[in-house]
Write a protein that binds this ligand. Structure first.
Ligand SMILES: *[C@@H]1O[C@H](CO)[C@@H](O)[C@H](O)[C@H]1NC(C)=O
Ligand SMILES: *[C@@H]1O[C@H](CO)[C@@H](O)[C@H](O)[C@H]1NC(C)=O
Ligand SMILES: *[C@@H]1O[C@H](CO)[C@@H](O)[C@H](O)[C@H]1NC(C)=O
Ligand SMILES: *[C@@H]1O[C@H](CO)[C@@H](O)[C@H](O)[C@H]1NC(C)=O
Length: 442
């Protein structure tokens, strides 16, 4: 999937220079600083399926300039063909093709943009041209791939995204200000990054959650968790040692929940190597210690099981962790359904402080904490959501906001912020989705 790479390099960082890769070595990544001080990323990928001979022939057939139109049209045609294929495929293949179509559309838009902004005499144009040609070939081949190949492609694509990210971080193109709360709150949310359908490859597993530990133990920094089911109940939590294992659906541990410890609502998170979740008998906040596999619970007397968020039933206790610590959000009879925000004392596993907010839980899609501020979301339409409310625990002030973000599918059951990478993690109707959060530094 090399061709995808350079397009992404250009997309994510206009400062990155494209150095044509001359070798098909085993997958590796390195980086250096170019003469003009720009970042240069070299990525070598193993590629056994690549139709090298055909590309060679086609390269000879076409000239360099003025041909982008042709490939744009080819890409469009392919989009149509992929959607025709959909009709006859199994449901999860259908969903994978849906993702593929989105990617195709994005590439197409990118190419149009580049076509206008790049000089045809620029050397970058030639390699880009070849890249698009190569990519078109790969997409062509996709039509005949079966399900397992499709999965392999998704895996390769995800690997590329990860390598690209590593490469950029090495060069400080992205300067995440991790842990810093010296800002006035969230400014914007990036476009969603849709990673893939859940580890059960089941579109019917609409309810679930995924993410990373917000305060990982040493050695567990790259661990991911995931759980999902076809009802708001959660029956197991799966743990993956890193991103690749998540994509490969290869868990190193699955904690199955017996009926007496079954989770519900899917607003769980992992913090300090423990899952914090809601369970219903008794109705309480529960901690599953992933080190000892021990369970513990606390009843929050005021919390009511009557008020849920708008996308799912049983979302009564919503757990969140940020730069400040661990929190739980709920509504009570006394607050008449308005959200109450509580700080959890991790040592005693008790509530150490509480704030009454002015927002009704049932109008909210979900909520999360970042730097001691509670942010609440709601639906705008089928594909758009917004943060519409914030409550600052430092000042006790509340604010009406309108910070939009896109959804991949309408409903989602788990949305939380992770202070270790300043990303939002969403379980969007079966798909893993992330967003980058941008804070207002003024
Ligand atoms: C496109 O594919 C050909 C054939 O495999 C390869 O030689 C070439 O390096 C690729 N183009 C780029 C810019 O990677
Ligand atoms: C485009 O190409 C022309 C001729 O090669 C050059 O003079 C001009 O500076 C280029 N423009 C940009 C934006 O690179
Ligand atoms: C916070 O940011 C402002 C503006 O960027 C800066 O002037 C100030 O020194 C910063 N304060 C701290 C404690 O870092
Ligand atoms: C989990 O259990 C281990 C071993 O008993 C203990 O050291 C650790 O503090 C526990 N963690 C939490 C978050 O309760």
């Amino acid at each position: 999937m090399l061709p995808v790479l350079s397009v992404l390099l250009l997309l994510l960082s206009p400062a990155v220079a494209w150095i044509p890769v001359s070798d098909w070595e085993s997958g590796s990544v390195s980086s250096s600083v170019g003469e003009a001080g720009q970042c240069i990323c070299h990525v070598y990928l193993p590629d056994t399926t690549f139709p090298a001979d055909r590309v060679q022939q086609m390269q000879e057939m076409v000239g360099y300039e003025g041909k982008l139109e042709v490939y744009l049209k080819e890409l469009k045609d392919l989009t149509v063909r992929v959607s025709v294929l959909e009709g006859s495929s199994e449901s999860y293949i259908k969903l994978d093709f849906e993702l593929l179509r989105i990617e195709l559309r994005e590439f197409e838009a990118l190419v149009s943009q580049l076509k206008h902004s790049l000089n045809s005499s620029s050397p970058i144009f030639d390699s880009l041209h070849t890249e698009i040609l190569n990519m078109t070939n790969i997409v062509n081949q996709l039509e005949s791939y079966d399900q397992s190949n499709l999965l392999l492609i998704r895996y390769e694509f995800a690997k590329l995204q990860k390598k690209l990210k590593e490469c950029q971080e090495e060069n400080d193109i992205i300067e995440p200000d991790i842990g810093n709360c010296n800002h006035t709150g969230i400014l914007s949310i990036s476009k969603p990054v849709v990673i893939q359908l859940n580890a059960h490859l089941s579109p019917s597993y609409q309810y679930g959650g995924w993410g990373k530990d917000s305060k990982p133990l040493r050695g567990y920094e790259s661990m991911y968790f995931y759980g999902a089911y076809n009802t708001p109940a959660a029956t197991a939590f799966n743990l993956y040692s890193d991103y690749d294992k998540l994509i490969l659906r290869s868990a190193f541990k699955t904690h199955s929940l017996s009926s007496s410890w079954r989770a519900t609502g899917n607003n769980y998170i992992v913090h300090g190597n423990a899952v914090y979740y809601q369970h219903n008998s008794p109705f309480s906040m529960t901690k599953l210690n992933l080190t000892s596999s021990a369970f513990d619970y606390r009843v929050i007397p005021a919390a009511s099981a009557r008020f849920s968020y708008s996308y799912s039933a049983d979302q009564n206790l919503d757990f969140s962790a940020d730069e400040i610590g661990l929190w739980v959000m709920y509504a009570s009879e006394e607050s008449k359904g308005k959200m109450v925000l509580a700080k959890i004392n991790e040592k005693s596993f008790g509530i150490e402080n509480e704030w009454k907010t002015g927002v009704f839980k049932e109008v909210a899609g979900n909520a999360f904490m970042a730097c001691g501020v509670m942010y609440v979301t709601r639906s705008v339409d089928l594909s758009n959501e917004e943060i519409f409310y914030a409550f600052d625990t430092k000042t006790g002030e509340e604010k009406q906001l309108s910070i939009p973000f896109q959804k991949f599918q309408q409903a989602y059951s788990n949305l939380h912020y992770n202070p270790t990478d300043q990303k939002l993690y969403m379980y969007n109707n079966g798909y893993y989705v992330t967003y980058n959060v941008k804070f207002d530094k003024e």
